[in-house]
Design a binder for this molecule. Structure first.
Ligand code: ME8
Length: 546
């Protein structure tokens, strides 16, 4: 299978990661894991963006050297990514030697091409965007992305001839409909290009924390020109030709919709200028909102992912301000957050995190649907079949329909993943979970057992265990840790070998185990006073083997 090089945006080091920035990494991780499952040779890059005015200011406000400050920030990111099971292969920092060398060489090539010149510029600068704004970027005099007032700046800087690439960019985007996705982003970017691109200032003399320009060391490289180069410096640009040839061009840059212009217009034009091939696709995902507003570092409106993974009393707040009486606050785990974000916030648009929706999804989809399916199935295989797939089976009932549903599952999920419809793929997997649960109700294995129909019970148990094995492989890119636990209980290796092929029943004699409850329900009210119509708790829905 072909190589697949995937990257995320590299986060500014000036404040902690939050649930919005985590969403991007979780989505990219699900894609990377899916590609690995398909057999691709995957390289997954993430990192930290350090040479920004914001970072220098933050370090100064703490009386710290900016690089030391960034050293202290690195674990705040990497520890969260680890806790969220993000399977990145490399973490680049723009202060690393490999990046500085690559960025310096890249600058030289663009300069040698005649695409860099010095000029005076004045305009309205947004520190949050690290960019000069145009009138269309302002709402009531404030930046539409950050809600803050831009500063008037006048500087003599080095400029990149972005305008020269206007026509080439329009043609590239028009000829390659998959270059900018989803389509809403493509249209926005194309419209910007059609208005005509303006040359962009790519140096600063007003601060020191940056890569000095080889042609004018009093200036440092502007943060975006510097940061975008990370995608090539991490895979050997200008240092390891074989490695660079193996991985570049990137197959997919995953970024937020606020930074599509930099990735879909500036970056490709820079690459054209330097004679480097363009990436295959840029995906501009939407924003995660919390309490009706975009989560954002600049406004401080944030939700700490650790508060969801491991909620503390008082952190769980409903939209009306109530702090629910969660009986015992148990860790929900990274998978619960991964599931919620990828299911509820479509990969191509904005969505909300609310505690109400999070707890409802957790209890209904994870505890009730998936947790119960596993629990009740293994309980029955243990009680009726001595804990192993039986040799004697007899088809009947709705077996054929359920098997056909599970047979089609990997193909359907594959098609949705190819379209980067992550939430749709999870929806399709949950259709299968619910199909398996309804199959239990249809087959009534406890009644078959009572009637002494051992071969029918055998067929139902085989079908159920096989269905869960297929589901566990497909859910692995989304819920890696839970998929591993499900597979261990099913007597399978925790990591699936690949995307399941055509339906093939687990062999007779294959042993299963019964392990701990996977997703204990989150109780928001006292157990002795259950709210009417609440879904059943895990285990509560398992039929009592008779
Ligand atoms: O933009 N929901 O860094 P950053 C979803 N250093 N995604 C969000 C979000 C939200 N509420 N808030 C931020 C930068 N993001 C630059 C990138 S790449 C060469 C340089 C996304 O720390 C945001 O869109 O401000 C971006 O893709 C990423 O998080 C990092 O944002």
């Amino acid at each position: 299978m072909a190589k697949f090089y995937i990257t995320t945006a590299i986060d500014y080091a000036n404040s902690n990661p939050h649930t919005g920035t985590a969403y991007e990494k979780i989505g990219a991780d699900a894609i990377a894991r899916w590609k690995r499952l398909q057999g691709h040779d995957v390289w997954f890059l993430m990192g930290m963006d350090e040479h920004s005015m914001n970072v220098e200011k933050k370090a100064q406000s703490l009386g710290m050297d900016p690089e030391k400050y960034c050293d202290g920030m690195e674990p705040k990111f990497t520890e969260l990514w680890k806790a969220l099971d993000i399977s990145y292969d490399d973490f680049i920092r723009t202060t690393q030697k490999r990046h500085i060398a690559a960025a310096t060489e890249f600058f030289r090539r663009v300069h040698a091409k005649g695409d860099i010149y010095k000029a005076r510029y004045s305009g309205l600068y947004c520190v949050g965007c690290e960019a000069y704004l145009k009138p269309a970027d302002l709402v009531e005099g404030k930046c539409k992305n950050h809600g803050t007032e831009p500063q008037k700046l006048e500087e003599e800087n080095w400029f990149f001839r972005l305008s020269k690439y206007t026509q080439a960019m329009i043609e590239h985007i028009e000829r390659n409909p998959d270059f900018v996705k989803p389509d809403v982003r493509r249209n926005e970017v194309l419209n910007v290009a059609k208005e005509g691109l303006e040359d962009i200032s790519i140096s600063r003399a007003t601060f020191k924390f940056g890569i000095p320009l080889p042609v004018d060391p009093a200036h440092v490289m502007y943060v975006w020109f510097d940061a975008l180069i990370n995608y090539i410096s991490a895979v050997g640009f200008a240092s390891d030709e074989a490695r660079f040839a193996k991985w570049w061009p990137a197959d997919l840059h995953v970024i937020g919709k606020d930074i599509t212009r930099f990735h879909c217009l500036l970056w490709p034009a820079m690459l054209m200028s330097a004679g480097v091939p363009l990436p295959g696709q840029v995906w501009g995902h939407g924003w995660v909102h919390y309490k009706g507003q975009k989560m954002s570092k600049s406004t401080g409106h944030l939700l700490d992912p650790f508060d969801v993974i491991n909620p503390q009393p008082g952190n769980v707040r409903f939209e009306n301000g109530d702090t629910p009486k969660i009986e015992a606050i148990r860790p929900c785990g990274a998978d619960a957050l991964r599931y919620f974000l990828l299911r509820e916030v479509s990969w191509d648009r904005d969505g909300d995190f609310t505690w109400e929706a999070f707890i409802a999804r957790y209890n209904a989809d994870l505890a009730n649907d998936l947790g119960n399916l596993l629990h009740r199935t293994l309980k029955m295989v243990n009680t009726y079949c001595g804990g192993a797939i039986p040799a004697e089976t007899e088809a009947g009932g709705t077996d054929a329909d359920m098997v056909a549903h599970m047979d089609a599952l990997p193909r359907d999920v594959g098609a949705l993943m190819d379209a980067q419809d992550l939430s749709g793929a999870l929806g399709r997997i949950w259709d299968a979970v619910r199909r398996a649960n309804s199959y239990i109700e249809e087959a009534q294995p406890w009644a078959l057992n009572k009637q002494g129909k051992a071969a029918r019970v055998g067929a139902v148990m085989t079908n159920l265990a096989t269905a869960i094995a297929r589901i566990s492989a497909l859910v692995y890119p989304f819920l890696p840790s839970s998929a591993g636990k499900i597979r261990e209980q099913l007597g399978l290796p925790p990591k699936p070998e690949g995307v399941p092929g055509a339906w093939a029943a687990l062999p007779a004699g294959h042993k299963v185990r019964e392990g701990a409850v996977l997703f204990p329900r989150i109780e928001t009210e006292k157990k002795d006073a259950p709210a009417a119509g609440k879904p059943r708790g895990q285990g509560g829905g398992a039929p009592k083997p008779k």
